[in-house]
Design a protein around this ligand. Structure first.
Ligand code: TYM
Length: 326
């Protein structure tokens, strides 16, 4: 059976980019593969975050995973920091990675890049991500389009390690969804939807009220030529709405475009489809989030399952580089 792993940072409210780019496919993959999903809390430390907020965001995200349909009896759900082998393997990989290849990471450059005050954790972030993946011998990593370069680095690091120390790691592939891999901001449709954008109207969160979703879609930026057509270069605002609608329906955006003549009708139906898509998740969310004791018990079981795999891979890699076993 193929194995998959992915992770999301607990760095604030989950938006529909996270959902269509990642979480929706996590749910599909859990039925097809031996799936491991983590909340990457160590990665969230690369940003300036208040300790109590990080702890609360972590439980929020676990509740979102469960509410979205991830089932801990079917897949392994865990917290990255509960499996210490992630940081241990990251160190072994850091000792094979070069400054040059990490400096080229576009996400690092976007977040400030090589400056005196930049945190070292932000620089080595992709190596920790590589460790997350390589510990589990995974075949596929379901992610949004913005993680493509990090996956390439993971493959490079794995191949280098294998070449130097003997066949050790499975070389993983990114699986990027056909629709929804890059959900754009509703107000600035040439940039991707993200948690760190100035206009809250541009981002739809998974837990937004239906009236809020309607309002944001109604106010979404379009253009003035009035023709419904899927064209990301010329009509990026409309393309964003068509993609969101298409991701809800599981069809290509061009198919949706053929059904409409007026922007107003398209917006109305896109909002309705999105509200329907998120409704069951929103209904289940509170139930999971309001029971932190159950969440913690679930995470403990997940960590034990994850550790059973990760500890073996780590020991194999540690032996290979010459670290004497205890
Ligand atoms: P993060 O937390 O930034 O994002 C989580 C997932 O959401 C996807 N995503 C999007 N997809 C479509 N449109 C968008 N606008 C959008 N914004 C975010 C991301 O592609 C991602 O799949 N480095 C990772 C976390 C990570 C990880 C891993 C992922 C750490 N270790 C191991 C996979 C495997 C990140 O920052 O994701």
């Amino acid at each position: 059976m193929a194995r998959v792993l992915s992770g999301i940072q607990p760095s604030g409210a989950m938006h529909i980019g996270n959902y269509f780019g990642a979480i929706k496919n996590f749910v599909i993959e859990q039925g097809q593969a031996d799936a491991f999903y983590c909340v990457v809390d160590l990665h969230a430390l690369t940003q300036n975050v208040e300790p109590e907020i990080l702890a609360s965001n972590t439980l929020d995200l676990m509740a979102i995973y469960l509410a979205s349909g991830l089932n801990p009896d079917v897949c392994t759900l865990f917290l990255q920091s509960h499996v210490v082998e992630h940081t241990q393997l990251a160190w072994l990989l850091e000792c094979t990675a070069s400054m040059g290849e990490l400096r080229r990471m576009t996400q690092f450059k976007d977040k400030g890049g090589d400056q005196e005050g930049t945190r070292v954790g932000l620089f080595t972030y992709p190596v920790l991500m590589a460790a997350d993946i390589l510990l589990y011998d995974v075949d596929r990593v379901p992610v949004g389009d913005d993680q493509r370069q990090h996956l390439e680095l993971t493959r490079d690091l794995a191949q280098r390690f294998n070449h130097r120390f003997g066949e050790m790691f499975v070389i993983p592939e990114a699986t990027i969804p056909a629709v929804g891999a890059r959900v754009m901001d509703l107000q600035e449709p040439t940039r991707k939807m993200s948690k760190s954008v100035s206009s809250p109207l541009g981002t739809i969160n998974m837990l937004d009220e239906p009236s809020e979703i309607e309002r944001k879609i109604k106010k979404a930026v379009t253009d003035t030529d009035g023709e419904v057509r899927y064209d990301t270069a010329v009509k990026p605002g409309l393309a964003t709405l068509l993609s969101i609608f298409a991701a809800c329906e599981g069809v290509a955006p061009t198919i949706i475009a053929e059904r409409y003549e007026r922007y107003g009708d398209l917006k109305r139906d896109a909002a309705a489809a999105l509200i329907e898509e998120l409704r069951p998740i929103q209904q289940r969310y509170r139930e999971y989030r309001d029971d932190p004791v159950a969440l913690k018990a679930m995470m403990e079981l997940g960590a034990a399952k994850a550790r059973a795999v990760a500890s073996q891979t780590y020991r194999r890699a540690a032996d290979a580089v010459g670290l004497v076993a205890p």
